[in-house]
Ligand binder design. Structure first.
Ligand code: GUN
Length: 315
């Protein structure tokens, strides 16, 4: 039997419709939520991400501002820019697109963002709030994975959840969110021993390691729910042939285009998992959706609980 496909595009569309209603209501009350994006330099991938984020704002009726300092920007300049955005009452969310150039102290810049405007959830205060299960803004990709699980009625309570990857942006917050949903959580990383043995116990498996097709189909328990966070661009024909041997149509597309997006989970997992997020079209669309959701939430809560309060209610 093939896995149920956990469609991120469908959930994005649902959530966009919900958010649009919320934004319309707020706008009628004279509140227009706004996102300020900071894009340093000319990294093509970052440019594409930020463009999509601004487009999403426009689609939902949010205000947006793009600041694009040059690649040789200093840490001091970035700190001043963030301070200006913190003090701008029209700005509800501040997004500093990563990675920043090596001469910029990224940690200092991220720490300068007011937690109440930290729509990426990367500030240590936001992370601390999550650790202690207090309300706050949560990193977009793991928050999106949770929406996928919830909206597909996948049981988390008492489930064995295994998270592959321990990054600050995905693995760690994901593990905490699952823990707060009462799952029994195991975090694995590059030094973990006997990975297949651990993943085979997972009722819920989240793969966020950035290696194409790393999780083999037989590492997955029959019927498990698998969330594949990876989006790896494969350009090598031998690798594409190995990963897509059972998917002639996708292989055909690879041959025409010269590249294909592959998750961290081997495509053959569709035959072992019970439910699976596709790549593309699974977790990917949820990241921007949660950024929009966080911006609307920040706009609402900043007005309720004060303009620079780090903490506020309701996750
Ligand atoms: N770079 C890669 N992913 C992200 C993200 O989610 N937020 C920001 N700000 N930068 C990123």
């Amino acid at each position: 039997m093939t896995a149920r496909i956990l469609d991120g595009i469908k959930i994005r569309d649902e959530m966009f419709a919900e958010l649009k209603g919320e934004v319309t209501q707020m706008t009628a009350q004279g509140i227009r939520p706004g996102l300020a994006a900071v894009l340093v330099g000319e990294n093509p991938a970052s440019q594409l991400y930020v463009k999509s984020k601004i487009a999403a704002c426009e689609q939902l009726g949010l205000a947006s501002w793009l600041h694009s300092p040059p690649a040789n920007v200093t840490t001091e300049y970035m700190l001043q820019l963030v301070a200006d955005l913190n003090n701008d009452d029209n700005v509800d969310g501040i997004l500093v697109q990563l990675p920043l150039p090596s001469q910029v102290d990224s940690k200092r810049v991220l720490e300068a963002v007011f937690p109440a405007k930290d729509v990426d959830g990367f500030h240590p205060v936001s992370m601390g709030m999550l650790v202690s299960n207090r309300p706050g803004l949560v990193a977009c990709t793991p928050a999106g994975c949770m929406e996928i699980l919830r909206r597909n009625n996948i049981n988390m309570e008492g489930a064995n959840a295994v998270v592959l990857g321990r990054s600050d942006i995905v693995g760690k917050p994901m593990a905490l969110l699952l823990l707060h949903a009462n799952a029994t959580v195991t975090i694995c990383h590059s030094k973990s021993r006997d990975l297949p043995e651990i993943t085979r116990r997972a009722d819920i498996l989240v793969a966020a390691i950035g290696r194409a097709g790393f999780v083999q189909a037989d590492w997955i328990k029959a019927g498990a729910s698998v969330i594949d966070v990876g989006t790896n661009k494969v350009t090598d024909a031998t690798e594409a042939n190995r990963l897509l041997a059972n998917f002639p149509q996708r292989l055909e597309k690879f041959r025409a285009k010269g590249s294909v997006l592959i998750g961290d989970v081997h495509p053959d997992a569709v035959n072992t998992a019970g439910a699976l997020t596709p790549v593309p079209g699974g977790v990917g669309p949820m990241t921007i959706t949660m950024l929009m959701s966080n911006t609307v939430k920040a706009a609402r809560l900043r007005r309720l609980y004060g303009r620079s309060q780090p903490a506020f209610v309701a996750r």
